[in-house]
Design a protein around this ligand. Sequence first.
Ligand SMILES: [Fe+2]
Length: 244
Amino acid sequence: MFKFFKPRRAVFGGEPLTVDFHSHLLPALDDGATNEEEALRLVRGMMELGFRRLITTPHIYRGNYNNTRETIQSALERFRKLLLSQHIGVQVEVAAEYFFDEYFFREVELKTLMTSGADYVLFELPFNLKPPMLEDVIFKMNVNGYRPLLAHPERYIYFQDPKLRELKRLKQSGIFFQLNTMSLIGQYGSRAMRTARALIREGMYEFAGSDIHREQQLPVLKSAMQNDYFLQLLSSGRLLNAQL
Ligand SMILES: [Fe+2]
């Protein structure tokens, strides 16, 4: 009689991730936490998942989320006071998630972008159409002393190619990639999931982030962080979150 054994789960080492980079925690600044109560529940949930430093990144997207360095900084100060009053011992810092538009290009020129760590700038692209001047702006960012960090490359339709041709080409232009951890288990669809897994196999991510907006996403994030691909990424030693 044949016996069927379940294949052994791969065992991966690696330090747990304690620094999250990319989220929408600050209340009422964008499409993330809508009020202080929700923001506090998100922070508590992130702490339960092991995070101790949360570098949150409100959208700066003219016409949709008209944030500036000032609106973000003052929201951070208010939120830090709230955390203190609630005796919540977590470090919250800010950067931004810039949309790739004229406002962003101007800030690149003026060298007034919000950064994290060694001048990393998080930015996102339109989802359906690759902007023609992408490589030029990446070049300009590098020339101006920034490290361009593309948010969730796996989510853009025009990059969702099993062979990763466009993303491999783009990588040559001096850019860093940030995984949305929840992509690994299909939170943004199967094509984003397959692309994220392929990018991990190719060793192309330097950062992982929650990109969390809603408390309903906390259980999704938790299970994504138990996924073998995520554990493989952790154990690869490639993640630079702790250096931010
Ligand atoms: Fe985001």
